[in-house]
Design a protein around this ligand. Structure first.
Ligand SMILES: Cc1ncc(COP(=O)(O)O)c(C=O)c1O
Length: 442
């Protein structure tokens, strides 16, 4: 039994915070107490401009009335319905609405509660699909160096960020990785898709030659790698991957957990690049980050392959207690309504040129070694302090918060992804904050 009695409400020690430097945070906490539209309110009353849509998820901005109302109403009418062998109307409505905006051919949706669960669900669908098609030898999964696919065992196995993998044993077997596409020596300060590097896709041919296509179930990539520090695919790269996968009967999975729902100025990155995968994983923007939800889109071909055997039998032994939870579904419907009414799934396309110019105006500021952008995503890469990687960017993050802007850092890269409602004036404000901070830190 715990001997910690009468803990004061402001004791921060019990909560072990995720992906956080706990000791640093608890010495100087950064607490948000409210949010509205483009701003958070910090516990000391200061307004903080949200340069990251929370964690790449609050695409419609904060505390939007349609979403709040939808949640309140749903909570009073149907709080929960069992997800297995039972249904409730709005989850079916939501699936239809999602299919309506998804890339052509993505006809079915499987609900999860997070990006990590969407990824593991997609990997399981891919493996099971190959098996129901009589190709049970296709068990290998191919990811990419520097990929981020969440934190569950499937996701970290195909992922390629060493800190997220090295502590956790041998992970899934039968996984291989393609090289990442980051070529700073050739592509630094590119605007949009970089010119060089499409040929890196042919490394997949090398992996196929090594293992044989008959052993490979699926390839998974983020169309734009986000969490590793915004790596934008070279022109033509994704189409090449698509072609190689098609040639060898390998499923292609796009992890659109951050690129889905308008981030690039199109509903999905698949639309932006004109490349359609077989499976798309999403989360975050599907419910504006308000209530946990994820959605995996699959083609009719994949879905229908499972619809065989006796009709009373479960076709796919997978699902979560909260798959398609009524309140999360209501939040997602409120989110889709807000996106539609305000044209947010394509607003990024109008703002992208202004965003690009604003970001690239930081070229020449202290320690800036690269700037990358696409849609409403931006990255400013800093020269690391010798012997102290990540420290410079982390100082920028802390200083920016103190001065009224939320930015995100990974390694020595500042990543920006504001809510899609941002104005041009707020873009200027955000970039000015970053400029000021770059001139303040060591
Ligand atoms: C591409 C990608 N996949 C998966 C995830 C994991 O999502 P979650 O944190 O909701 O599990 C993320 C989160 O940032 C992501 O960017």
């Amino acid at each position: 039994m715990s001997n910690r009695k009468n803990i004061a409400p402001n004791d921060l020690s019990a909560f072990w915070m995720p992906f956080t430097s706990n000791r640093q945070f608890k010495q100087a906490p950064r607490m948000m107490v409210a949010a509205k539209d483009m701003h958070y309110t910090a516990s000391d009353g200061r307004k903080i401009l949200d340069g990251t849509a929370g964690l790449w998820c609050v695409n419609a901005g904060h505390c939007r009335p349609k979403i709040t109302e939808a949640i309140q109403n749903q909570a009073a009418v149907l709080d929960y319905a069992p997800a297995f062998q039972m249904g409730h109307p709005i989850v079916f409505e939501l699936a239809n609405r999602l299919v309506d905006i998804a890339p052509k051919g993505m006809d079915h949706v499987f609900f999860t509660n997070s990006g990590s669960e969407s990824v593991d669900t997609a990997l399981k669908i891919a493996l099971a699909y190959q098996r129901v098609k009589g190709q049970g030898s296709r068990t290998r999964l191919i990811g990419r160096e520097r990929g981020y696919h969440g934190v569950n065992f499937g996701g970290i196995s195909v992922g390629g960020i060493v800190t997220n993998r090295k502590m956790f044993g041998t992970l899934l077997t039968g996984v291989d990785h393609m090289p990442h596409t980051h070529l700073p020596e050739k592509n630094a300060f590119s605007r949009g898709e970089p010119e060089h590097g499409a040929d890196i896709a042919s490394e997949l041919e090398r992996i196929v030659a090594l293992h044989d296509a008959s052993t490979i179930a699926a390839v998974i990539v983020e169309p734009v790698a986000g969490s590793t520090g915004v790596l934008i695919p070279p022109k033509g790269y994704l189409q090449k991957l698509r072609d190689i996968c098609t040639k060898h009967g390998i499923l292609l999975i796009f992890d659109e957990v951050i690129t889905g729902f308008g981030r690039l100025g199109t509903p999905f990155a698949a639309d932006y690049f004109g490349v359609t995968p077989d499976i798309i994983t999403t989360a975050k923007g599907v419910s504006n980050g308000v209530i946990p939800m994820g959605a995996v889109f699959v083609t009719k071909e994949i879905h229908d392959a499972f619809m065989t055997g006796p009709e009373h039998m479960i076709e796919f032994f997978h699902g979560y207690t909260y798959s398609g939870n009524p309140i999360a579904s209501a939040a997602a419907l409120g989110t889709l309504d807000t996106y539609k009414e305000e044209g947010l799934l394509t607003r990024g396309a109008e703002l992208a040129p202004y965003w690009e110019d604003a970001l690239h105006s930081l070229k020449g500021e202290p320690n800036v070694i690269d700037i990358r952008n696409i849609g409403l995503i931006g990255a400013i890469e800093l020269q690391p302090i010798a012997g102290e990687p990540t420290k410079r960017a982390f100082s920028a993050f802390v200083k920016a918060f103190e001065r009224g802007a939320l930015i995100r850092t990974t390694g020595d890269i500042i990543a920006l992804s504001p809510p899609l409602i941002i104005t041009k004036g707020q873009i200027d404000e955000l970039i000015d904050h970053v400029r000021e901070v770059l001139n303040l830190i060591d």
